[in-house]
Design a protein around this ligand. Structure first.
Ligand code: COA
Length: 377
């Protein structure tokens, strides 16, 4: 019998989901029915999180309740801080994020309670707690002290405050908020599917999120936003250069990379073949940061790579391409970019975990054996 193999599960529809709809034909992405571009233009990230979890936009009372909840669950748990302090400064920050979620799970009183109410509480707490993990990790790598959260700031303002120890300007907060909204959810991507596989065994929420972080780390998935910056660094970032000169160098670099058959991160997508629906909105946020920091030459690199990739292979940028340089301009170290993606995607992952649990079937595909025929000792 010859089985049909769907390598990488490409084209396989594994289940239904009501969380988001990715439509490559119309190049659209809907969260619970709402175009992501509209959400990014108008809503706080906290409201988008509630939409993903609850299926509907929050009313004023729900917003207020979550506002108070989120602000009161931001402080870095001392047990998490101790665990982070045990990790070497040169380990990847994704390892820190993965460990932090694991420690939070091990200490959670509701860890083994998988009722919808307990799961939502754990999801909201994780959402509120994770920024302090990223912020503290970024600071300790710079030999800086922990900065306590501020309850008078919203999620994005406070995230930047805890990371940099100063209030971020409105323009920066807004670009950051947009990136969080765009990174929040994207149907059955590798990390979300991982979270669903773990949930399908009836394991706890923190185990599912920890596993999802492992999947997100890879450069073919979330790690691509860092890899984009490594490409820029390999080409060479020179703030004194003109945009045109930077573009010319980037173009030449890309031609050479493609001649060497290198995969260039930040381009291509398994689902979108004619452009990633999230890129125009993220590119606007990047443009705002480039204007704010006066770094036109970075856009030279950006445009040069994009043009050369388009001409040679007609492959378009994905969300990680504009997100990488945006986070760089804000002042994050390159290795911190994918942990920022965790902070955003906790919303989508936990919405999918709830959905999987509500209508569960163990996820366990078959394989076609191609090893040696039966043999005997
Ligand atoms: N750089 C160079 N070539 C690329 C490419 C890239 N970023 N992405 C795709 N291609 C080429 C492949 O080399 C392949 O060419 P070939 O047919 O001549 O061998 C073809 O396009 C198909 O690529 P493949 O990797 O098989 O398609 P996929 O659907 O599995 O790929 C990704 C999806 C995302 C894994 C792929 O585009 C990729 O590796 N991109 C870079 C990583 C990245 O940015 N990930 C973030 C995704 S949001």
């Amino acid at each position: 019998m010859t089985e049909e193999i769907h390598k990488g599960l490409a084209g396989v529809v594994a289940d239904h989901t009501a969380v988001s709809k990715v439509n490559p034909e119309s190049n659209s992405l809907l969260y619970r029915g709402y175009p992501v571009q509209q959400l990014a233009a108008e809503l706080a990230f906290e409201e988008v999180a509630l939409l993903l979890w609850n299926g509907e936009l929050p009313d004023a009372a729900q917003k207020e309740e979550f506002r108070a909840f989120e602000r009161s669950h931001r402080a870095l748990d001392p047990r998490v801080k101790s665990a982070i302090d045990l990790l070497p400064l040169d380990c990847h920050p994704m390892d820190v994020g993965r460990t932090a979620v694991s420690v939070l799970g091990a200490n959670h009183p509701l860890s083994e309670d998988s009722s919808p109410e307990a799961e939502l509480t754990k999801a909201k707490e994780l959402f509120a707690a994770f920024p302090a993990v990223v912020a503290y990790d970024q600071r300790r790598r710079r030999q800086l002290q922990l900065v306590e959260p501020r309850e008078d700031l919203d999620y994005s303002q406070n995230f930047l405050w805890m990371t940099f120890g100063e209030e971020a300007p409105e323009e920066v907060v807004d670009a950051f908020r947009v990136s969080m909204v765009l990174y929040a959810e994207h149907s059955f991507n590798a990390s979300t599917f991982t979270a669903r596989v773990v949930t399908s065994t009836l394991a706890d929420l923190h185990s599912a999120v920890t596993a999802a972080i492992g999947a997100l780390k890879g450069p073919l998935h979330g790690g691509a936003n860092e890899a984009v910056m490594h490409t820029f660094e390999e080409i060479g970032i020179n703030p004194a250069e003109t945009r045109e000169d930077a573009a010319a160098r980037a173009k030449a670099w890309m031609e050479q990379a493609l001649a060497e058959k290198r995969k260039v991160m930040g381009f291509g997508h398994r689902v979108y073949k004619s452009g990633d629906s999230r890129v125009p909105t993220m590119k606007q946020a990047l443009d705002a940061m480039v204007d704010y920091y006066g770094r036109g030459e970075l856009m030279g690199l950006y445009d040069g790579l994009e043009a050369a990739m388009g001409e040679a292979k007609n492959i378009l940028p994905n969300l990680d391409y504009p997100a990488g340089p945006t986070y760089h301009l804000m002042g994050f170290d390159t290795e911190m970019f994918t942990p920022l993606f965790i902070a955003a995607r906790i919303t989508g992952w936990t919405a999918h975990i709830a959905e999987q649990r509500a209508n569960n079937a163990l996820i366990r595909p078959l394989s076609a054996y191609n090893g040696p025929e039966e043999r005997h000792l």
